[in-house]
Design a protein around this ligand. Structure first.
Ligand SMILES: [Zn+2]
Length: 380
């Protein structure tokens, strides 16, 4: 079988759409007007992705406030926040360029999603002529909505975590039921969990194993056949062309991450200086039998934070090098991250989000072609 390819999820939103999110916050437009622009950008994303030859199509998260907050708020500023949440939660991440992203804060129970990703799948299925994938958020990210130290009166942490697991399970199942062939779970907080950033207390609490165990509580509710098409995405962040945890030694995550009982991983690597070590760690730690499924390792061969377009030959060479350490039947090709996980992302290194959309399509097309060339060279 040729080396498979899959994108992580997001594409830059057109500047017009980004401004519309802010217009909604300021009461200048209605939610329906925002949705019309989201639908327009989603259709354009799907049609352009089809032209790149990408295996699975998405709307590039055009309808989502962010990869992490789509279930609980309509915009990053908190318009349309779900029940029992306030806007002033802990930092999720502080990025290298100094900007940060903040999560809402849980004020009471029960915790419930207001938007499920299957809504996007349904709409995308009507447009796409090829299989559709959907990225969803992890239980471990939702866990950070609960205060780090205190207990919420009347809503113990354990009860909250039970609710989180139920909501995430429902999110994933509904995506499959709506016709998604693949569902990948974003796990950017995995690398960040070992950062020990004093400005961001949760990163100093050694939570990685807790994250993995919580995520497996949900993953293990699915059959091997379902888990074959369930993935995990890891990265050191990707927002405003900046990262949040690239300096955290990758082995701290890669020696543990494959405990997650999913069938595939979308693994940042193109922006790593020492790619060989990553291939090696992935080869050594990934499993050919994770409770009934082999773990296919999609290596990041494209850096979405850089406007420089990788050539198909570069992609090919990276995959051929990776195949020295990872069994080729468990090797795939992906991008290091989504191209714009948050709805407001001006893509400063690119000059504009509209230009970054064009660049993303070129990069994806070259990844697809490079994977084809690598398959040919490796005889698969
Ligand atoms: Zn990512």
């Amino acid at each position: 079988m040729p080396i498979p390819t899959e994108l992580v999820g997001s594409l830059p939103r057109p500047e017009k759409l980004q401004n519309a999110y802010e217009d909604l916050d300021q009461g200048k437009i209605t939610f329906e007007e925002l949705q019309n622009l989201q639908d327009e950008a989603a259709k354009d994303s799907i049609e352009r992705l089809e032209q790149t030859g990408e295996t699975y199509l998405t709307d590039g998260e055009q309808r989502e406030s962010s990869f992490a907050t789509y279930p609980i708020t309509d915009t990053l500023a908190g318009t349309g926040l779900a029940d029992n949440l306030a806007g002033d939660g802990q930092f999720f991440a502080i990025f290298d360029d100094g900007h940060h992203r903040q999560l809402p804060r849980l004020t009471g129970g029960p915790f419930r999603y207001k938007t499920f990703a299957s809504e996007f799948v349904q709409k995308n299925k009507e447009i796409a002529t090829k299989p559709v994938k959907q990225a969803v958020i992890s239980p471990s990210m939702m866990m950070l909505l609960y205060p780090l130290e205190e207990e919420i009166e009347g809503y113990p942490r354990e009860q909250f975590l039970d609710d989180v697991c139920d909501e995430v399970e429902k999110d994933i199942r509904q995506c499959f039921d709506a016709g998604a062939e693949r569902v990948s779970i974003d796990f950017t907080e995995g690398r960040l969990a070992n950062k020990n950033d004093s400005r961001n207390p949760w990163t100093g609490k050694d939570m990685l194993q807790e994250f993995i165990d919580l995520n497996n509580r949900v993953i293990d509710r699915f059959s091997p056949e379902e888990r074959r098409n369930m993935g995990i995405h890891t990265c050191p962040g990707g927002d405003n062309d900046s990262v949040h945890s690239k300096e955290v030694p990758y082995e701290k995550l890669l020696t543990k991450m494959f405990q997650l009982n999913v069938g595939y991983f979308l693994i940042q690597c193109a922006s790593e200086e020492d790619k060989e070590t990553v291939y090696k760690l992935v080869g050594e730690n990934s499993r050919d039998d994770a409770n009934g499924v082999p773990q296919v390792c999609f290596i990041g061969v494209i850096n979405p934070l850089s406007p420089d377009v990788e050539t198909a030959e570069e992609v090919r060479d990276r995959l051929v090098a990776a195949a020295k350490h990872i069994p080729v039947e468990r090797l795939g090709a992906t991008d290091d991250c989504g191209f714009s996980p948050f709805s407001r992302d001006l893509k400063p290194a690119h000059g504009s989000p509209d230009f970054a959309r064009d660049v993303a399509m070129q990069k994806i097309a070259n990844r697809v072609e490079g994977a084809r060339m690598a398959s040919e060279e490796l005889g698969v």
